[in-house]
Design a protein around this ligand. Structure first.
Ligand code: ADE
Ligand code: ZN
Ligand code: ZN
Length: 256
């Protein structure tokens, strides 16, 4: 095969592989949320999702990225603004961002005058974006594209800071999404209520603050592995748990 053809075929894998909070992360978030839905919410979701689980549909927004007709939505997976600043005070992108995306999805899903198809599409997108909101590098800064331009090694293989948080950390832990969700779903009522407090505007700034801390511990060319995992697994699990419980909250508010 010609070299240019090989490169062309690899292009979507390389580009998309760099910018996707991995499938496992999204499925864990969806599965945790599933365990915290009210009866009415469960019935509404069961109908709209044709019986599919939240985990199953959670990767939809990434699956459609390869189709150019959905390019309008690619800016909705993340937001970048200066570290130390709050989202509400930041300059907004003309293409929209994860916050305008989530707001639009909530409106579209809520409105029963919309077609079923439109409501289902935005519901699947919403389930995905609440997950992305809890990947710290998806509430990040512009200058290195949320860590995509910070090249590092992960157990000797080439990676970057963004990909470490999308995929490498969670995959190297070696648990399936159901195993992880089982571990992270059991939360007492008081802790759950505390996590579910606030709005998406609080949650994005929380992720953004975490992101700022992550930039402080990594430099281009760093060799990351066991030590980085050991130091950051609790934070990873916390973000997955927050994402799942808050997704349940957002859905219970819409359908409850
Ligand atoms: N592209 C530019 N910034 C990004 C970010 N924070 N996350 C994912 N993709 C990006
Ligand atoms: Zn990503
Ligand atoms: Zn995404």
């Amino acid at each position: 095969m010609k070299k240019s053809l090989v490169l062309l075929l690899l292009f979507p894998v390389v580009v998309l592989g760099n910018t996707i909070w991995g499938k496992t992360g999204h499925r864990v978030t969806g599965q945790i949320a599933q365990e915290h839905l009210r009866g009415k919410t469960k019935r509404a979701l069961n109908d709209l999702l044709d019986g599919h689980s939240l985990a199953f549909v959670s990767t939809f927004a990434d699956d459609i990225k390869a189709d150019r007709s959905f390019s309008k939505y690619s800016a909705w997976h993340y937001v970048n603004y200066p570290l130390g600043m709050d989202y509400v005070d930041s300059e907004k992108s003309e293409y929209g961002d994860i916050m305008t995306g989530i707001e639009e999805c909530i409106q579209k899903v809520r409105d029963k005058n919309n077609t079923r198809e439109d409501r289902v599409f935005h519901l699947k997108m919403l389930i995905h974006f609440i997950g992305d909101l809890h990947q710290p590098m998806h509430a990040s800064r512009e200058e290195d594209k949320g860590g995509n331009d910070i090249q590092v090694q992960w157990f000797g293989d080439g990676s970057n800071l963004h990909r470490v948080w999308d995929n490498n950390l969670i995959e190297s832990y070696g648990m399936t999404y159901t195993e992880l969700a089982n571990e992270l779903s059991n939360v007492d009522r008081k802790k759950r209520k505390a996590i579910q407090e606030g709005t998406i505007y609080d949650w994005v700034d929380e992720s953004h603050d975490i992101c700022a801390g992550l930039y402080e511990t990594v430099e281009t060319g760093d060799k990351l592995g066991y030590r980085y995992s050991y130091d950051h697994n609790d934070l990873l699990f916390q973000q997955l748990q927050r994402g799942g419980l808050r997704l349940a909250k957002v859905l219970n508010d819409i359908f409850g």
